[in-house]
Design a protein. Structure first.
Length: 45
């Protein structure tokens, strides 16, 4: 469901932020975008 997907995106984004602490903001944005695309892909499958 959409609600589940949003929770997944939020969770994975938080994990991504923790993994790249100290990295540039650009890298952070790229990772979040990739996570979002993956989550949408699985939701649509």
């Amino acid at each position: 469901s959409l609600k589940t997907s949003i929770k997944t995106i939020t969770y994975l984004s938080d994990i991504g932020c923790l993994e790249i602490q100290g990295a540039s903001l650009v890298t952070d944005d790229v990772i979040k975008f990739a996570v979002f695309r993956v989550a949408v892909f699985y939701t649509n499958s």
